[in-house]
Structures are given as C-alpha cells and as structure tokens.
Design a binder for this molecule. Structure first.
Ligand code: PEP
Ligand code: MN
Length: 330
C-alpha cells in the first residue's frame, strides 16, 4: 500500500496498532480518489478526511458567501424574499401578483416558464413568452426575477431573461444541466432533490462551482417521506447543518416542502429562525384559477402578513430583508 501511495507522488504516514494498521495519505486527494483502493486485499476502509465538495465546503471558504441577484443580497445577514406564482401566467395576472408581492416586501419575483410536471398532459409553462412576461413584470416593479431551466439547450435563452436561474428538485442531479449553468455567470438557485441527501446537494453545488460560477444559493424544499400528511417532509435541520458544512447561502421553500398554506407561515418563520438566508414562497391572487400549484399558494394578504413576521424574527437574530437597489422602470 505504501509503495502504491508513493508511486502516485503522495506521502504515506504509517500507524501500526495491535490489530490494524492505519495509513495516512498526505497530498492531493484527487490523485488517490480515482484509485480503487478498497479492491486491494487487506484494505478494510478508505476514509476521506476532507469533504468531497471542496469548493462548496466551509474549510475552503470560512466566511459566509453573499450572492448578489441584480442588487438583492442573499446571505451574510441579508434575506432574499422570493415570491410569485408557480407558473408564469397571463399578463394581467402577473401584473396583479407582481404588484402585490412587491407591496408585501418581496425582493425577487419568481415564476416558471418551463414547468416540470409529473404528467405530460398538465400545463407545461408558457416557454419563451413566459420568460418575456416575467422579465417585463420584474422590470415594472423593480424586482429581479428567478425562473427554472430544465434543459441544457435552453440555458442560453433563460440566461437572457432571468437574473437568477433555478434548478428544480427533479433536476438536482442532471449533471449536464448543472455544468451548463455553471458556465454562465448568473446566480443559480439549486433546489434539493426530493430524495437527495445533504451531501448530494453539496456535490451538485460543486458541479456548478467547478465551472467557475460561484453564485450558488441552495434551497431546502422538503424530501419524500412515508407520511402523506404534507406534500414533502420539511427538513429544517438541513439549514443549520448546511451552514456548518458550507459557506453557500441556503434558503427555505415551505410552499413545496409542506404543500399546505396553513403550515407555510410557521414553517417559513422556523426556517429563518434556523438560519436560512431567505424564503421562497408561491403567492397567487386567485389560487382557484392558478395553472399550477394553486392549492399551496398563499394569498397576497397572507404573504404580506408573513413578511411582517419574518422581519421581526430576522431582526431578533441580527438579520434583515435585503433592499433591492434596482429601481422600477417606467
Ligand atoms: C417550483 O419551484 O415551482 C418547483 C417545481 O419546485 P421544486 O423543483 O422544488 O419541486
Ligand atoms: Mn410550484
């Protein structure tokens, strides 16, 4: 083993116990990670000392990162308040929702133009027309916009319209998509996959960072569970956990995590209290007519009330909702 380690240009530090021998390997981890060490007779266990997500790790970057989304800060004490409909809908609707979330205190407008739907027969989103509409609505109310991209072929198009690119839960491990958004210089909102571990999430962030895009915001949106009482299982513990492991900002999405408007406000507050750098919530002025995720949408009035409460929790822990520097265009 020592010969093999040294042949790779690494140092081997031997520690012989009564029953086991430990070989500490010193040097560039990448040289050894490609070796099938466990397949060598006598090797019981191979334990990496550093996390496999180098660029995303706290070790690499002890200070918390702040991601700037067209003037809105997420992280380092600043909260991103992302709100809007699940899907981009007709102009009148976008106008009403944009005005309402802006008045309520949101600082980033959301809306999907490409929707990942379980059924191919469900509304798939407005495509490029939706991107245009989202952009126009954001500009009108002075709100940067975030929208999902599902296909590497559309990254360039989405990048042209959006201030932040969302990678949805279903695509968290679409590695070619991650590589493609990593090549852009737009901030990325990376949602946790529904069956992804925290380490999986950080490894996906690493794909984006490794392409030179350092503006990654993670998002806890719940994971699959045996309990059907809520849409997903809201893993609020992942927030402080990620904070310890990584310098990247992490926000919470209690809309998709719970799927229930009656639970969203308290879960949003819990997320902020747990250290989240922002809150992502679906808001619709007429949920019964929404083209997607209507049943989980908060009404503008409910959202406004929640923002007031979030402000208080944030203040109690020395944080604040980021104020956009972008001015409305008229
Ligand atoms: C969404 O944001 O509307 C969405 C589809 O979220 P997720 O990818 O977390 O399911
Ligand atoms: Mn949705």
């Amino acid at each position: 083993m020592v010969e093999r380690v040294e042949a790779l240009g690494l140092k081997a530090h031997l520690s012989r116990g009564t029953y086991r021998t430990i070989i500490g390997v010193i040097g560039d981890e990448q040289k050894i990670s490609a070796e099938p060490l466990l397949a060598i007779p006598g090797v019981q266990e191979v334990i990496p000392v550093l996390p496999p997500y180098k660029l995303a790790s706290r070790e690499a970057h002890p200070q918390a990162s702040i991601v700037d989304v067209a003037g809105v800060k997420i992280g380092g004490g600043f909260l991103g308040m992302i709100a809007g409909p699940c899907a981009v809908e007709e102009p009148e609707r976008m106008d009403a929702i944009g005005a309402a979330v802006k008045a309520a205190g949101a600082n980033i407008l959301r809306g999907g133009a490409f929707k990942p739907r379980t059924s191919p027969y469900a509304f798939q989103g407005m495509g490029e027309a939706g991107l245009k509409l989202l952009r126009e609505t954001g500009d009108k109310f002075g709100l940067p916009v975030v929208t999902e991209v599902m296909d590497p072929r559309f990254v360039e198009m989405v990048e042209r319209y959006a201030d932040m690119i969302q990678i949805g839960a279903r695509n968290m491990q679409n590695f070619s998509l991650l590589t493609e958004v990593g090549r852009t210089r737009k901030p990325v909102l990376l949602k946790r996959g529904m069956s992804a571990t925290v380490e999986d999430l950080l490894m996906s962030a690493e794909y984006i960072l490794s392409q030179g895009n350092s503006a990654v915001v993670l998002c806890e949106r719940g994971v699959k569970s045996f309990d059907k009482a809520t849409r997903n299982l809201y893993d609020v513990a992942s927030v402080p956990l990620v904070k310890g492991l990584s310098h990247l900002p992490i926000i919470v999405d209690p809309s998709h995590a719970t799927g229930r408007p009656d639970l969203i406000p308290s879960c949003a507050l819990a997320g902020v209290a747990a250290g989240a750098d922002g809150v992502h919530i679906e808001v619709h002025d007429c949920p019964e007519r929404a083209k997607s995720d209507g049943p989980q949408a908060l009404l503008p009035k409910q959202y406004a009330e929640l923002v007031g409460q979030i402000r208080k929790v944030a203040a109690a822990i020395g944080k604040q909702i980021s104020t956009p520097t972008q001015k409305p265009k008229d």
